[in-house]
Write a protein of this length. Structure first.
Length: 366
């Protein structure tokens, strides 16, 4: 073990043990209803979350569930609105900005608009009550990133774990990235292994099945990303949209990311014909004037006449709304949309069917 890693283990591992004990006590008190009470609602509540910090792909999976169920339910989506500038309950409207409701909620609202109700609130119980007051027709609540928010009793709990860093290869904070011990997976109805390679072998499936060691009632799914065609971040400033399929060899791309784990995105770009340079910022980064100057400088330094800026869909939301984005770059910046696709395993029903069955079972066994 390298010296720095050894020192990190010696300093942080004991803190992780203490943290884990605190989390275990909190969960026990919730389970027994001592000091902490869970609120149950008349409408089904589907929780999508994880037990690791960031980067598991919650937003694309939330969008998948909305797309799959919105024809059968009046859906309300509630999150805390991470890194927003507002406080308390805020309902998404056509006038909302990313800084008002958070970039993820803004992205969801921009895609699905008035067809669903989108809101943010730190206190999820208060948030759900307000949403139901505003729109009594809501008959399904989707809670984004709320697996640890145990004040709400979920009807369906969905936990995501990333293929390249699964929970069984991770450790508790602060030594690792886990918010809770692995045993927290016992509360999940559905576990999804995300960002899988499309060519997974049967042995790889078995490794996950054996190490996750789920109960018979729990469902296990494997998902991957499908990347779409380039989309202009500023469509009014673009005449011709480039295509990866027709891009000249040697084209230079500046990949600008402010997400927790940009590696799958960068891997995808590097499989294309272009030369890729990564400009990485922190997760949910709020771009400043100085950041924009750096981006412009690095773009201008890229070699060759054919060059573009490529970013993620989540970052495109913040860049589009930034007052600092250089006008000269608006015609050369594009984002790559992603959609979740589930790897076909014929013995498993589609995810949306598993969600609806769990909802029906919860009603029957009340």
């Amino acid at each position: 073990m390298p010296r720095n890693r050894l020192l990190s283990a010696l300093l942080l591992y004991p803190v992780s043990r203490l943290y884990g004990m605190g989390v275990a006590v909190r969960n026990k008190l919730f389970d027994q209803g001592i000091f902490f009470k869970q609120q149950e609602f008349k409408v089904p509540v589907v929780v999508v979350g994880n037990i690791a910090m960031g980067g598991t792909g919650k937003t694309p999976h939330v969008e998948y569930i909305i797309e799959a169920l919105r024809d059968r339910y009046n859906i309300g989506v509630l999150s805390r609105g991470y890194k927003r500038s507002t406080k308390g309950f805020v309902l998404a409207t056509p006038q909302s900005r990313p800084e008002d409701i958070g970039d993820e909620s803004y992205q969801v609202y921009r895609k699905f608009g008035p067809g669903i109700t989108v809101a943010v609130c730190e206190k999820r119980v208060d948030g759900i009550n307000r949403m139901l007051e505003i729109n009594p027709k809501i008959d399904l609540i989707l809670l984004d990133d709320a697996f640890q928010h145990r004040y709400v009793k979920p009807t369906v709990s969905i936990v995501l774990t990333e293929h390249n860093r699964p929970v069984f290869k991770d450790s508790l904070l602060p030594y690792g990235r886990l918010r809770e011990p692995r045993g927290a997976l016992n509360r999940a109805d559905i576990v999804i292994v995300t960002k899988c390679p499309p060519d997974m072998k049967p042995m790889q499936y078995r490794i996950f099945e054996e190490n996750l060691n789920l109960f018979p009632f729990q469902k296990l799914y494997f998902s991957k990303y499908n990347y779409g065609h380039l989309v202009p971040v500023f469509p009014d400033d673009v005449e011709n949209v480039p295509s990866f399929d027709t891009m000249e060899p040697g084209t230079s791309l500046l990949a600008v990311t402010g997400v927790a784990n940009p590696k799958p995105f960068v891997r995808y770009l590097r499989r294309r014909k272009a030369k890729v340079k990564l400009k990485r910022f922190g997760d949910h980064h709020n771009f400043t004037s100085s950041d924009m100057s750096e981006i412009e400088k690095e773009f201008n330094e890229l070699p060759g006449p054919g060059k573009f800026i490529v970013t993620t869909e989540k970052d495109a939301v913040r860049l589009f709304n930034s007052p600092y984005f250089p006008h000269a770059l608006k015609s050369v910046i594009f984002y790559v949309p992603i959609k979740v696709d589930f790897i076909d395993r014929s013995h498993e029903a589609p995810l949306e069917k598993a969600i609806e069955k769990t909802i029906r079972d919860s009603i029957l066994f009340k």
